[in-house]
Design a protein around this ligand. Structure first.
Ligand SMILES: Cc1cc2nc3c(=O)[nH]c(=O)nc-3n(C[C@H](O)[C@H](O)[C@H](O)COP(=O)(O)O)c2cc1C
Length: 319
């Protein structure tokens, strides 16, 4: 996606601060990226101030550009342990934790949070104001509460309240932005200074370039065609292969391949076949079949229909 262009900042998945400090092998792999992926942000989670600060210092040593603190993850294993969205239930502890991390490093520290724990405790504006005072560089705000999980719709007034609570740090609006029109609405109705995108990037890796073009010129080029998506997919696979070798790369790539192939609108059966490949030769054969077959509606060179990205559902307490 960096090669396509348009991305300002991209972060890793949430990384366990304690595992980072103990240099757990899998965790260290989570904070690796391609040299072209700059500026590079790592998102950390945890509930202990000193461990989070130690993790932040380690990331500085590793050359990371900015650190994001996860204060929004709704999953029980994390929120129930006082990290992620659980931090929204502990004002004093959270302020101390965030301040400790900010003071431990010289690079920018941002926070990603939700509107609050539930509709009776919309604490995000209060937190954002306090974060600005202790030196947080930016706040990303997902316009749902923890109780909402991914249900219902994003509250643009809720994001607006966070924008209005701070003096000068940028507020990044987040949630349900699937295309340029959604981003334009988010900016117009909340006054936010930036937009962050999760799921739509899986459906359309061109979305950041489209947004950047729209910002600069008012219009934007279409998302990638079938052939362009296939090329991008193979480029990403090659990066993984260079790092991990073919067989491990094939396993690591399955999740991403699913989204590329969905976006390319190929037959479900061919998607299934791709998930079964185990060697580079089998993969090349599966790709040859996909390339030959093209999208189900035969549109190789035009705009493909958007893909719906499913989200975790059911009662958030069971996540
Ligand atoms: C499968 C999945 C994994 C996610 N992992 C993270 C994460 O590690 N850190 C984080 O801050 N948000 C995470 N999110 C939340 C997204 O960053 C984002 O806030 C949310 O999906 C809403 O934005 P979107 O509508 O653009 O996807 C995740 C969301 C999904 C669906």
């Amino acid at each position: 996606m960096r090669r396509i262009g348009g991305i300002g900042l991209a972060t890793t998945d949430l990384v366990n601060a304690r595992a980072l400090v103990s240099r757990n092998e899998r965790t260290m792999q989570m904070v690796e990226t391609h040299p072209e992926d700059r500026p590079f942000a790592v998102q950390i989670f945890g509930s202990e101030a000193q461990v989070m600060a130690d993790a932040a210092q380690l990331l500085v040593e590793l050359g990371v550009d900015t650190i994001d603190i996860n204060m929004g993850c709704p999953v029980n294993r994390i929120a129930g342990a006082g990290a992620g969205a659980g931090m929204m239930c502990n004002t004093d502890g959270t302020m101390k934790l965030v301040q400790t991390v900010v003071e431990a490093v010289k690079i920018p520290v941002s926070v990603k949070m939700r509107l609050g724990w539930d509709s009776t405790s919309l604490t995000a504006p209060l937190f954002a104001r306090e974060f600005e005072q202790v030196g947080v560089a930016a706040v990303a705000i997902h316009g749902r509460t923890r109780e909402q999980g991914f249900g219902g719709t994003v509250s643009l007034p809720g994001i607006r309240a966070v924008v209005e609570a701070v003096q000068k740090i940028p507020i990044i609006g987040n949630g349900d932005v699937r295309n340029v029109a959604d981003a334009a609405r988010m900016i117009r109705e909340t006054g936010c200074h930036g937009v962050s995108i999760g799921r739509a990037a899986l459906a359309n890796p061109w979305i950041f370039r489209q947004l950047s073009e729209w910002e600069q010129t008012g219009s934007y080029s279409p998302a990638g065609t079938f052939d362009e998506r296939l090329t991008l997919m193979l480029q990403q696979f090659t990066c993984l292969e260079e790092r991990h070798g073919s067989e491990r790369a094939i396993v690591l790539f399955r999740k991403m391949a699913h989204w590329y192939l969905k976006g390319m609108r190929i037959l479900k059966r061919l998607r299934g076949d791709f998930q079964q490949v185990r060697t580079r030769a089998e993969m090349d054969a599966a790709i040859a079949v996909i390339r030959q077959a093209g999208p189900i509606d035969g549109n190789r060179t035009g705009v493909l229909t958007d893909v719906e990205i499913p989200v975790p559902n059911g009662p958030v307490d069971k996540w």
